[in-house]
Design a protein. Structure first.
Length: 384
């Protein structure tokens, strides 16, 4: 018999940590990494990318270099999984058989079927969308006069994009964040969320909480509370859902399109498929709540799924996943950020520094020290 063939689908935070774990700790497995692009993107830095604060080359690392001799990289987008015959089918028709699959294909923007939202709103969360949004922002600020940017959704994505845009283009962009909940960043530390709002308003951002978007036309955002808001650019930061690949594959999904996984991170009813990251709906036994999509948890899930598979291949018992949300940080542009680690709250420059350290740590783990130094040296070099 040949070697056990493990396919890791997805080159994001979850897929990369799963692949790294299997390659470094595993026995002689046949390993494949499937990714829509030949790069791993630091999605946490997309708000800065969108605002033109960093170049695309600075927020990605080569998957070819990452995979190297440890396995094979297949560049192609996943169309579906066929669990019966155990194969992953790519959009081009290529079919990749597997013995075990780690499914980490992430998510996409959630538009909640709000009329006009998908047609007119620009997303942040994937490389092609972020590139397009960055180009639109660059085009917008070139023209004369201030331009109106409406950001739909005041979660962490919306808040970070607002902060980065306001920092870079204080005079050119008139930014409004529209959030349905009574406060920004629902679910985040409320004191820090208030501080984030204060910082944004100080930068000239208008914050409209308690305001629900009900429809979008080419020039206005219509809200339940008050008159329509005119815009030149609409950024859609209203939330994320699981990739359409998941439901298309016949896997058990939640209303938000994520695969229900058991405590071991296996898809319910499909024990040879592990699911990690934004593609997975995991109920935290400690809180009874579904875990939020997060890079930090995606890394933990990917690593855990890989370790469980290795335990299984070695004939040992698998271990339930125990998430550890160590903290969270939101950058607000320039020297402003808010975040917490355990019970400690941070704002301003200390928060910026901690956030940068977290990002640098991830970059070192995935890409090595040199690309990271190159990336961090670049903004300084420009300032000299
Ligand atoms: P989200 O779901 O957290 O936030 C979306 C926001 O849009 C919500 O506050 C929601 O109330 C609002 N919204 C939805 N529909 C609306 C409507 N019709 N009208 C007005 N407001 C509406 O999505 P996100 O901000 O993209 O974040 C996704 C996940 O990624 C979250 O779990 C988040 O914590 C995480 N994230 C983390 C960071 C970080 O750690 N720095 C950054 C970005 C995202």
């Amino acid at each position: 018999a040949g070697r056990t063939r493990v396919v890791v689908a997805g080159g994001g935070y979850a897929g990369l940590s799963a692949f790294g774990e299997l390659a470094d700790r595993g026995p002689r497995l046949e390993l494949l990494l499937v990714s829509a692009t030949p790069y791993h993107y630091f999605v946490t830095e997309f708000p800065a990318l969108v605002a033109g604060g960093v170049e695309e080359e600075g927020v990605r690392v080569s998957l070819r270099r990452f995979v190297a001799a440890r396995g094979r990289l297949v560049v192609g987008s996943v169309d579906r999984v066929e669990p019966g015959p155990r194969r992953l089918v790519l959009a081009g028709g290529e079919s990749l058989p597997y013995d075990y699959l780690i499914l980490a294909v992430g998510g996409e923007a959630e538009f909640f079927r709000i009329p006009g939202a998908r047609e007119h709103g620009l997303e942040v969360g994937n490389p092609a969308a972020a590139r397009q949004l960055a180009a639109r922002v660059a085009g917008l600020v070139e023209g004369g006069g201030p331009r109106r940017v409406v950001i739909a959704g005041g979660g962490l994505t919306g808040v970070e994009v607002a902060g980065e845009l306001a920092e870079r283009y204080p005079d050119r962009l008139q930014i409004t964040v529209v959030e349905a909940a009574p406060a920004l960043m629902p679910g985040f530390d409320p004191i820090l969320a208030r501080e984030a709002q204060r910082v944004l308003e100080e930068k000239g951002v208008r914050v409209r909480t308690g305001t629900k978007i009900v429809s979008v036309d080419p020039a206005h955002v219509h809200v339940e509370q008050g008159p329509a808001l005119p815009y030149d650019l609409l950024v859609w930061a209203g939330g994320v859902r699981g990739s359409p690949v998941l439901a298309r594959s016949g896997l058990p999904v939640t209303p938000r399109g994520r695969v229900k996984v058991d405590p071991l991170l296996r898809a319910e009813g499909f024990p040879e498929i592990y699911v990690a990251g934004d593609a997975a709906s995991f109920t935290d036994p400690a809180t009874g709540q579904e875990l939020p999509p997060s890079a930090q948890l995606a890394v933990q899930m990917g690593r855990h799924a890989a370790r469980n598979l290795l335990r299984r291949l070695a004939g040992r018992d698998e271990v339930p996943f125990q998430p550890r949300l160590l903290g969270a940080f939101a950058t607000l542009g320039g020297r402003e950020a808010v975040g917490y680690v355990g019970a400690g709250r941070f704002t301003g420059l200390p928060a910026v520094v901690i956030k940068r350290l977290i990002e640098a740590h991830h970059a070192v783990e995935t890409g090595g020290l040199i690309p990271v130094l190159a990336r961090y040296a670049r903004p300084w070099a420009r300032r000299l």
